[in-house]
Design a protein around this ligand. Structure first.
Ligand code: GDD
Ligand code: MG
Length: 347
């Protein structure tokens, strides 16, 4: 079985983090998100992965190469212009040899891919779509189906209050190659808005595979912090690298002054430094971040190589991009976005 993982989005909602790192390379407990996804595919026996990319692809290709380090085969297809979620798979059609998984590159879930294969075999049709129930479906694609699981309608991002169901497209599909016939080549096509409705209109079947798995789209800062909290407290089962003590994870080479107060839910990447009496709560720091003495940081994400001056106070909900410098004693208001204002070359 092959898998296509969509990794070409610009990660707009994660800016300024994604000005320095494309969304699939954003670290989850210190390891690129995409590496976590590949690990899950590997466990399901999948070795052949195709990555339609476009935004900062070199950061992805440099890290994963041809996949041999992971005992996988990775094929990259780079889009000059974003082709959309269906255009991206049409563009890799020549690499597809049979039924294949298609995954949104920003979803973390405990979904059992083997169970999904079995479900698709049982139901037939052109594909099975993983669905999940959420409290606010308006931010996602709503999917309506009958008792047998046969899908009748797709409503992408319905206005709040008009959602026909709380079951949403969870971004993992198992598709038959015939789906390609429904995608016109050479232009931007959305699978959710255009291709899936077209398949239904043609009288073909798509089936809903609804589960209660852990599921999150890490495409927004709040979700990014939530996912770390969920991994730390075990809500999301994920094997993490050593370095976790209680609700604090300290990456390789990071040094924390004994008088600093860390936790709950703090993740430090590699080679960070935290000075005396600093206070960190509910935050994720990437690599080589320096926090000077007495700084207070809460519900904040800080990208690599940023520097937080002594006694600075960082308000909740702040996102700090790469290489930022916060001067000593600065009070950063809640919800601030600080960092580069355009893509910087990935290092
Ligand atoms: N290669 C490529 N080209 N990838 C793309 C493109 C493109 O033009 N556009 C988006 N992607 C990738 C993104 O990187 C992401 O991994 C995935 O496709 C989905 O795009 P998002 O921009 O994150 O979509 P969304 O979160 O608003 O909505 C989608 O996901 C929801 C679940 O998280 C839809 O599929 C919804 O129906 C769904 O509920
Ligand atoms: Mg998304």
């Amino acid at each position: 079985m092959q898998a296509v993982i969509l990794v070409g989005g610009e990660g707009t909602r994660l800016r300024p983090l994604t000005f320095g790192t494309p969304k699939p390379m954003v670290p989850i407990m210190g390891v690129p998100f995409l590496a976590r996804t590949l690990e899950r595919l590997y466990e399901a026996g999948i070795r052949d992965v195709i990555l339609p990319a476009g935004y900062m692809p070199q950061a992805i290709t440099e890290y994963f190469g041809d996949g041999s380090r992971l005992d996988m085969k990775i094929t990259y297809v780079i889009e000059d212009e974003p082709l959309g979620t269906a255009g991206a798979i049409k563009n890799v059609e020549q690499h597809i040899t049979g039924p294949f998984f298609m995954l949104n590159g920003d979803v973390l879930t405990s979904l059992d891919l083997g169970a999904m294969i079995a479900y698709h075999k049982e139901k037939g049709g052109l594909g099975a779509l993983h669905l999940i129930k959420v409290e606010d479906p308006s931010a996602f694609g709503c999917v309506v189906h009958d008792k047998a699981g046969r899908i009748s309608q797709f409503i992408e991002k319905p206005p709040k209050g008009t959602e026909p169901t709380n079951e949403i497209n969870a971004g993992t599909y198992l598709l038959e190659p015939e789906v390609m016939k429904f995608i016109p080549p050479g232009r931007n096509v959305s699978i959710e808005r255009e291709t899936f409705p077209k398949i239904l209109a043609d009288g073909q079947s798509l089936y809903a595979f609804t589960t209660n798995d852990y599921w999150i789209d890490v495409g927004r800062p709040e979700q990014y912090l939530t996912v770390h909290r969920d991994i730390i407290n075990g809500t999301m089962p994920l094997r993490v690298e050593p370095g976790t003590n209680g609700s604090v994870h300290i990456g390789e080479g990071s040094r924390v002054d004994p008088s600093a107060k860390l936790g709950p839910n703090v993740v430090l990447g590699k080679n960070c430094t935290v000075g005396a009496n600093a206070v960190l709560r509910d935050c994720v720091l990437w690599d080589e971040v320096i926090v000077e003495e007495g700084a207070t940081i809460e519900e904040t994400i800080i990208a690599s190589r940023s520097h937080i001056g002594a006694n600075a106070k960082i308000g909740k909900g702040t996102v700090i991009g790469h290489d930022a410098r916060i001067e000593p004693r600065t009070v950063v208001p809640e919800g601030s976005r600080i960092g580069p204002s355009a893509p910087i070359a990935a290092r």
